[in-house]
Ligand binder design. Structure first.
Ligand code: UGA
Length: 445
């Protein structure tokens, strides 16, 4: 099929490349000439494992090309995916300016039949607004249907989530549009275990926001459980494991830490709550979810302070800056906020992250960056672990103790094994695990 994807951010570029890889002819469009310049050279402008190789392959096979002209995206395409940014507006609601602008341009240039498919995360009702704009601005030769096809990919595993998804949700108001989108995803559905959920547009939009809000709720809930575990000498890791064995609960998104971040959860939880308010529904449950999440960062800073007596003039190594491993994305990253708070509280902070330091530098002018975890920890009074990059668990703890001024680790992500840290002589304070110097759960010695 002939497909265009407008917006080549994480969702758009991954969608474009993956749809090309299953045999479609794909045009990726972005108004940002710098971004399109990079992509046309075969470079992915963000860190996503495997995507660059796939992009180059699809260029070589001639199944994908890129352009900066949004009108191009509207010419003779079976399906047009809108994947532009939907940032937070001034009152916390979703700012749909980019969606509206792109829709208008597509409407003006549309020639023949196309399914205008909203993929970026939007509040319920956006499909209707797109439909209105299309009707207002469409050229006389234009024929169209509007659809919602929310994206569920996680950064860091975007290709697998796109090509082997658990579900594909498609909301349409016509049989013709549904058939077109079934055809787009046919190779994925035939080869994998994805359930194709065909529904109306409002329901599709709701599924996306409700999914992210529930996942965020689980995280905040477990973060509160972790806090209780710390007071009651219980182990949140074992609690989460055993809870997850119940098939009604399941094992995922039960990991306690320093709070959820990223470009999606913080924004989507807020937008969903506000959408509910606009419809007269009290979703104050989500206010609590947000409150717990916001509080995690200061709580972690307070833990570091308590471990050191004070933060004034202390040297602190912050390990990890991205909002989670396997991405260089620092949007809404609790790690960045923690590094900033530590440094504004009087500490000298040196950070290390395998891929996110370049992007973080501008946001953290008073934080030094190091070439590796040990260099960051040199002469430090404390290592603060803020992102659970696998390499942190592989650091030689004896070598770490040797370079530090004091053997203290505060682990916001439970990235290390408490026994190993204890055996290496550390004061190791983790999250929701009953650990003080010399007392390891289950250790009889
Ligand atoms: C999230 C959703 O998982 C995707 O399904 C969705 O498509 C995407 O948002 C989106 O709306 O575009 P992503 O932002 O890539 O994906 O990140 P997640 O892997 O969901 O992690 C979000 C945050 O929650 C991270 O800061 C992570 O550290 C934190 N988290 C996650 C926890 O603290 N505990 C957990 O158990 C899981």
């Amino acid at each position: 099929m002939r497909i265009s994807v407008v917006g080549t951010g994480h969702v758009g570029l991954t969608t474009a490349v993956c749809l090309a890889s299953i045999g479609h002819e794909v045009l990726g469009v972005d108004e940002d000439a710098g971004k399109i310049g990079l992509i046309s050279e075969g470079k992915v402008p963000f860190h996503e494992p495997g995507l660059q190789e796939m992009l180059r392959q699809e260029f070589a096979l001639g199944r994908m090309r890129v352009s900066t002209d949004v009108s191009d995206a509207a010419r003779q395409r079976d399906v047009i995916f809108i994947c532009v940014g939907t940032p937070t507006g001034q009152g916390g609601e979703t700012d749909l300016t980019q969606v509206e602008r792109v829709t208008r341009t597509i409407a003006n240039a549309l020639d023949g039949y196309s399914v205008i498919t909203e993929k970026s995360t939007v509040p319920v009702g956006t499909g209707q607004a797109i439909q209105r704009t299309m009707r207002e601005a469409a050229s006389p030769n234009a024929e169209f249907d509007v659809a919602s096809n929310p994206e569920f990919l996680q950064e860091g595993r975007a290709i697998a989530d796109t090509l082997q998804p658990s579900r594909i949700v498609v909301g349409t108001s016509s049989e013709r549009a549904e058939q077109s989108l079934r055809e787009v995803y046919r190779p994925i559905v035939e080869q994998g275990n994805a359930t194709f959920v065909a529904t109306d547009i409002a329901t599709a939009e709701m599924i996306k926001h409700a999914s992210n809000a529930l996942l965020a709720t689980r995280i905040s809930f477990m973060n509160q459980v972790a806090e209780l575990c710390e007071r009651a000498n219980a182990d949140v890791e074992v609690v989460a494991h055993a809870m997850g064995l119940d098939p009604r609960i399941g094992p995922h998104f039960l990991k306690a830490g320093i709070g959820y971040g990223g470009a999606c959860f913080p924004k989507d939880v807020q937008a969903f709550r506000i959408t509910a308010e606009q419809h007269g529904v009290d979703m104050s449950l989500l206010s609590e979810v947000e409150k717990v999440n916001t509080g995690r960062k200061q709580r972690f800073v307070d833990k570091v302070r308590a471990a050191l007596g004070s933060l004034e003039d202390k040297r602190i190594a912050v390990w990890g800056l991205s909002f989670k491993p396997d991405t260089d994305d620092i949007r809404g990253s609790p790690a960045v906020e923690i590094a900033r708070r530590l440094s504004t509280s009087g500490a000298f902070v040196t950070a290390y992250d395998p891929v996110a330091m370049d992007t973080a530098r501008a946001l953290l002018p008073n934080v030094d960056m190091a070439a590796d975890p040990l260099e960051a920890a040199k002469d430090a009074n404390c290592v603060a672990i803020c992102t659970e990059w696998p390499e942190f668990a592989e650091v030689d703890l004896n070598a770490l103790r040797e370079v530090m001024a004091r053997p203290v680790i505060v682990d916001g992500r439970n990235a290390l094994d408490p026994r190993a840290a204890y055996n290496a002589g550390f004061l190791y304070i983790s999250t929701g695990r009953p650990m003080v110097m010399g007392v390891v759960p289950g250790d009889d010695a």
